[in-house]
Design a protein around this ligand. Structure first.
Ligand code: SAH
Ligand code: SF4
Length: 348
């Protein structure tokens, strides 16, 4: 017997067309979604706004599944790392980052990652599989229900494990569920997709949906970027930047470029000058992230003076260049440190 599909993977339109075949009114699809995302229903029996006979038919067609929250670690700075178990036993991580007034959730879009960036622990572990929409949105539904910070989480960044644009359809579907009024009702202005630079998907995303975009730049030229990030051999900087120029950012919103600073690799003032030239004409800001070391990492965090000097070059050229504080380093929750391995090590 094939398994019943998880109704949490379906869009409004998909549920509408499915219940039409059962002779049910269209508006019932919205009711179902509201039960799932606002009523937190974990079974069809709980959907008491629907007739009993209809609930029974839905039960025969679908299952309702969410990732299971397995573990929550808290770092010295208050950052929390959440470990989720998926139905097939794989694990993924989300991170909750404290801000002044509210929290930011950093969520995963794949189990592992196939992009192989040399500085990234997730990349080192290789690729396991794409997450389904229910598994991407499920990190949010679970943390909203099961952590004290959940209800006060306003920003969502897709910067956890995986490359969001390599799981394009599920990510777009998840964003629709996160932002729609029948879903979680998050503001699309508060959602950011971070990519290593899949140029065609950047163009497509810009046409299809309105969210913030962050690009992991990490090097000032093609030679070094290709060495650090293999994706650059497929979509080198001219192509990537052309895609960025095409990305519509409404109002005063800016694109974000993330730049990991690695000692002796890409952190010289001349490199900052080159970055400034590269990004000329783009309405953007830069997030400078000092490299987060992990056991066995080949790169080093630059000295504070080198970091300040790099930042100053960009500020002098009128860029907004923010030095991103690293959160949760002591529990390997900082950028590029997620491996989904916490369960294995802690259970022993
Ligand atoms: N795959 C996407 C999103 C996940 S990676 C992307 O690459 O953008 C999230 C961010 O972590 C990226 O900006 C990446 O460059 C950064 N990162 C990866 N490894 C890191 C490390 N060891 N130290 C600091 N930042 C790192
Ligand atoms: Fe994948 Fe992003 Fe890590 Fe590169 S930096 S390996 S794209 S998760």
């Amino acid at each position: 017997m094939t398994e019943r599909p998880n109704i949490r993977d379906l869009s409004l339109e998909e549920i509408e067309s499915c219940i039409a075949t059962l002779g049910k009114e269209r508006y019932r699809a919205r009711q179902i979604l509201k039960c799932l995302y606002q009523g937190n229903a974990t079974s069809f029996a709980e959907m008491t706004t629907l007739a009993r006979e209809f609930r029974d038919r839905l039960e025969g067609l679908f299952r309702i599944a969410e990732p299971r929250l397995e573990r929550c670690l808290t770092a010295a700075d208050g950052t929390k790392k959440l470990l989720f178990a998926l139905e097939d036993g794989l694990t993924v991580e989300s991170v909750l980052i404290p801000g002044k007034n509210h929290w930011t959730a950093c969520i995963s879009t794949q189990a592992g990652c196939a992009m192989g960036c040399r500085f990234c622990l997730t990349g080192r572990g290789g690729f396991k599989r794409n997450l389904r929409p229910s598994e991407i949105v499920g990190q949010m539904t679970m943390l909203r229900r099961h952590t004290p910070e959940g209800p006060n989480t306003k920003n969502i960044v897709m910067m956890g494990m995986g490359e969001p644009l390599a799981n394009y359809d599920a990510v777009v579907q998840a964003i629709r569920l996160l932002t729609s009024d029948h879903g979680l009702g998050h503001s699309n202005r508060k959602i950011t997709v971070s990519t290593c630079g899949l140029a065609p998907q950047i163009v497509q995303l810009g046409k299809e949906i309105c969210v913030n975009l962050a690009i992991s730049l990490n090097a000032p030229d093609d030679k070094r970027r290709s060495e650090l990030m293999p994706i650059n051999r497929t979509y080198p900087l001219p192509e990537l930047l052309a895609a960025c120029h095409s990305y519509p950012m409404p109002g005063r919103r800016m694109l974000t470029f993330e730049y990991i600073l690695m000692a002796g690799i890409n952190d010289a003032p001349a490199d900052a000058e080159q970055v400034a030239r590269l990004l000329k004409g783009l309405h953007c800001k830069l997030n400078l992230i000092p490299f987060n070391e992990f056991p066995g990492s080949a790169f080093r965090t630059p000295a504070p003076e080198a970091i300040s000097a790099f930042q100053q070059v960009l500020l002098d050229r009128n860029y907004t260049a923010i030095l991103r504080a690293s959160h949760g380093r002591d529990i390997l929750a900082a950028c590029g440190q997620l491996s989904g391995a916490a369960a294995a090590t802690e259970k022993r």
